[in-house]
Design a protein. Structure first.
Length: 236
């Protein structure tokens, strides 16, 4: 049955469906605004945890209306930025980039990460609070799409709340219990569980980076395995 939080997300329960792809701007506005309002502190933790300045182009997958990329633009001059989300959401991002005067280095691309190839050309891809909204099957589809878009020398940065945070296990269990009940979908995963999914998707060299508020956001960095290596290590 519908819940108050899932009502904010017009495409909850419609993974990769035509309904999700055809949503209009007004149908995604509430959820996009909600996620945008809660993003700044998360964005700063990610930027503090990982030196994005060593890269040339960042693709943020499922990046909403571009709040994270807007923060990156201010703190990491010169980095090219790409946003990928559903068409109606990406359009909100494009308008944000234009209003902020960063459209010359930040572009928005619409599509479904379940059905459409991701934009290529980035040497680092971010998934910020994306994977925990999905079950293993759909999470693996997203990770494999990211692997297909990254060059062999690229980097994936995955940032979200994770289960099993040392010293905050009980609080984390309570948070995830309420959140996932409200959303009616998703899964709280430990870094080890995420690492296993990353391995299946063709990633290795997985590292967990420290953040200021690990209960709110933890950061994992991974690198694509060479195609022949991934084929031996990943299971069908």
């Amino acid at each position: 049955s519908p819940t108050r939080l899932s009502d904010y997300w017009a495409y909850a329960g419609d993974e990769g469906s035509e309904r999700a792809r055809s949503l209009r701007a007004e149908q995604v506005a509430d959820y996009s605004a909600l996620m945008s309002a809660s993003q700044p502190l998360v964005a700063d933790q990610i930027i503090d945890a990982y030196p994005l300045g060593r890269h040339r182009c960042l693709l943020d997958v499922g990046g909403g209306e571009g709040t994270f990329l807007s923060h990156v633009a201010r703190r990491v001059p010169g980095l090219q930025l790409k946003l990928f989300d559903l068409p109606a959401v990406a359009e909100r991002g494009r308008l944000r980039f234009e209003a902020q005067g960063i459209a010359h280095r930040a572009s928005a691309h619409g599509g479904s990460f379940f059905d459409d190839p991701l934009p290529v050309g980035a040497d680092i891809v971010s998934l910020v609070r994306v994977i925990y909204d999905h079950d293993d099957e759909h999470a693996l589809k997203i990770l494999r799409a990211v692997r297909a878009a990254l060059p062999d020398g690229g980097t994936l940065i995955l940032a979200e709340p994770m289960a099993g945070t040392p010293g905050a296990e009980a609080m984390g269990d309570a948070y995830f219990g309420f959140y996932l009940l409200a959303m009616g979908k998703g899964e709280a995963r430990t870094p080890a569980q995420l690492s296993a999914l990353l391995s299946l998707a063709g990633f290795g060299s997985v590292r967990v980076l420290p953040t200021h508020l690990p209960l709110q956001t933890r950061v994992i960095v991974a690198r694509p395995l060479a195609v022949n290596t991934a084929s031996h290590e990943a299971q069908p």
